[in-house]
Design a protein around this ligand. Structure first.
Ligand code: OXD
Ligand code: MN
Length: 588
């Protein structure tokens, strides 16, 4: 396929922006992506020739090995450049927008010499939905282009919407390292930059995941959270699932969990309780807005899955494995001798030999993982057997329950319901999790991650909580109930809860609570189940649901420190909730 030099669009501001990017980056060539199969195959061929992709034994699938220094999101190199540092808040890295722009222009000057610039028009959300937003990514990474083809609605239909004059978020991306022809060029000095007021994204130096596929974390969360604040909706790090009871009653749940805490597994859960059915609307991001009846309706802005591979297996998520049967991109997984991929947890028995994610020989017991812990698969959501028929409904689905979860080995019970919306916002604000490999840095450390949005909120956290409280005060709203869950509580002898398919037991309780049917007892921390279905399981329900008074009193001190670190924008309602919790626990 010949690469077209320049296909003009009827959108004047798009043409101007692309023209400016060309002048700045000086690519050898410009290609406007149409999103076709031919284009995809052509780019995959280029990636194979460059040594970035290895074709796999499974149909139309490839393995990429990244540079070992480019394996995860780089939160310490992610910046929010609002005019005032107060608007970015203390949890974001703020830089002065004018200074950052100057430094970016230096980085991007001539950066694409010797390379092709790809112009990728895309829609986050079903094309034509009033809830969707358009973006255009300009990039010198064909890997980013082919990944964007699965992760977004990319190509001609998005360009046609732009031709009609629609607004778009400009997303300028370069892997840096001009002249580097190695399989995964990138720059040590990465920076992922957001300008919330002008709604722009500039990303330099990384080809990996959320750093480089700019529709996902950069647009659909950091920039969209700012749009949502300004326009009265919610852009959240949440899966969306459809839960159908044996009687055929449907509830839709949106659930926030920090990265690599099992959102994809929960969104595709294979229930162990007969008659229950889980279907997927989305596995990572939810955009929610009120409909005319005052219900919060959610769309999944994404079109693909960018899932953590290790731990995804026949026992944990057979539906994800089925989705990956073909047309998939695997990054930093191991390659088996028969030309397929493998990662820890994919099968019970490891292969006798593999080439690991660094391209070295690997055998079981070698003392190092075959796949990088943040190895990923990229595939169209439509390939998952669990997608609900309505997953692309432009109107979205009405949310009945919002769930907050984290990876907590102590203190936090298996499930609880918030007393009311304000208490639910409090539960979201105190979320914490033991850190995983999704972000660069130490693992297993407790990190507060309110609403699982700490790395993804494009503005001040205190203002974000205030926005959630405002949503709850909307007149005539039929608000979802709010719950918190924790699959990861431990005793001295290990995990207390089997998790995975058995999580449907907790979902069952949530479903029944939404109809006012399941029983609960009121405690200072929230409403705890008195009727959880654990038939056939040997679990210590008391330990799973115990109100750990001393643990909570210790936790309150940590939360107080965390709240103090957020500065004076923390809403007084949340401080009051914390005081009420302390008093409630002390009175027991
Ligand atoms: C992701 C993440 O890739 O949260 O979804 O890191
Ligand atoms: Mn995520």
């Amino acid at each position: 396929m010949a690469i077209e030099p320049f296909t003009p669009s009827a959108n004047a501001s798009l043409l101007t922006w692309v023209g400016d990017a060309v002048s700045l980056c000086e690519p050898d060539d410009v290609h406007w992506c149409d999103g076709s199969t031919e284009e995809y195959e052509h780019l995959c061929g280029l990636l194979v020739d460059a040594g970035t992709f290895e074709p796999l034994a499974r149909p139309n699938s490839y393995l990429a090995r990244s540079h070992p220094g480019d394996v995860a999101r780089v939160e310490d190199r992610t910046f929010i450049c609002s005019r005032s540092p107060r608007d970015a808040g203390p949890t974001n890295n703020w830089r002065d927008p004018a200074e950052m722009r100057t430094s970016l222009e230096e980085r991007f000057a001539g950066v694409m010499r010797g390379r092709t610039m790809y112009v990728v028009p895309f829609s986050m959300g079903p094309l034509g939905s009033p809830a969707s937003r358009l973006g255009v990514q300009v990039t010198d990474s064909p890997y980013a282009v082919v990944s964007m083809r699965w992760m977004t609605r990319m190509g001609t239909p998005a360009l046609e919407a732009l031709d009609a004059g629609a607004d778009f978020v400009p997303c300028l991306h370069s892997i840096g390292a001009p002249g580097d022809t190695s399989p995964w060029p990138c720059d040590e000095d990465k920076c992922i930059v957001h300008f919330p007021e002008t709604r722009e994204i500039w990303s330099y130096g990384s080809g990996y995941g959320g750093n480089a596929l700019l529709g996902k974390k950069c647009l659909a969360l950091r920039i969209a959270s700012v749009m949502a604040r300004d326009e009265g909706w919610l852009a959240e790090h949440m899966l969306i699932l459809k839960l159908t009871s044996p009687e055929g009653t449907v509830k839709y749940l949106a659930a926030a969990f920090p990265s690599a805490c099992g959102k994809t597994n929960l969104a595709m859960l294979a229930p162990t309780l007969p008659g229950w059915r889980v279907e997927t609307i989305g596995d990572d991001i939810a955009w929610m807005r009120f409909d005319d009846e005052g219900r919060l309706r959610a769309i999944n802005p994404e079109a693909g899955l960018f899932g953590v591979a290790p731990g995804t297996g026949t026992a944990t998520n057979p539906n994800a494995l089925a989705a990956l049967a073909g047309n998939a991109i695997f990054t930093n997984c191991a390659r088996t001798d028969d030309g397929d991929v493998w990662w820890e947890g994919m099968t019970i028995e490891p292969p006798a030999h593999a080439i690991d994610w660094r391209g070295e020989h690997w055998t079981p017991g070698s003392g190092r993982p075959a796949a990088h812990p943040n190895a990923r698969f990229t595939v169209a959501s439509a390939q998952a057997p669990t997608m609900a028929a309505e997953w692309e409904d432009p109107a979205g689905v009405p949310i009945d329950a919002i769930v907050f979860g984290g990876r907590r080995s102590t203190v936090v019970p298996l499930v609880q319901e918030a007393h009311d919306w304000e208490h639910g916002v409090f539960l979201g604000s105190i979320m914490g999790s033991e850190t995983t490999a999704a972000a660069a840095g130490e693992r297993g450390r407790l990190r507060r991650d309110p609403f699982a949005m700490l790395p993804f909120c494009g503005y001040d956290m205190g203002d974000y909580f205030a926005h959630w409280l405002r949503i709850g005060r909307r007149e005539g709203a039929h608000l979802p109930r709010i719950f918190s869950v924790n699959w990861f509580r431990k005793s001295e002898s290990g995990w207390l809860w089997p998790g995975f398919g058995d999580n449907v037991r907790v979902l069952e309780w949530i479903h029944r609570r939404c109809d006012g049917a399941a029983l609960a007892v009121d405690t200072p921390i929230g409403l705890l189940p008195t009727s959880l279905n654990v038939d056939g399981l040997s679990v210590d329900l008391d330990a799973l649901l115990r109100v750990d008074r001393d643990g909570w009193l210790g936790e309150i001190e940590l939360i107080r420190d965390f709240y103090a670190s957020l500065g004076d924008t923390l809403p007084t309602e949340l401080q009051r909730q914390l005081d009420t919790l302390r008093k409630g626990l002390r009175c027991r």
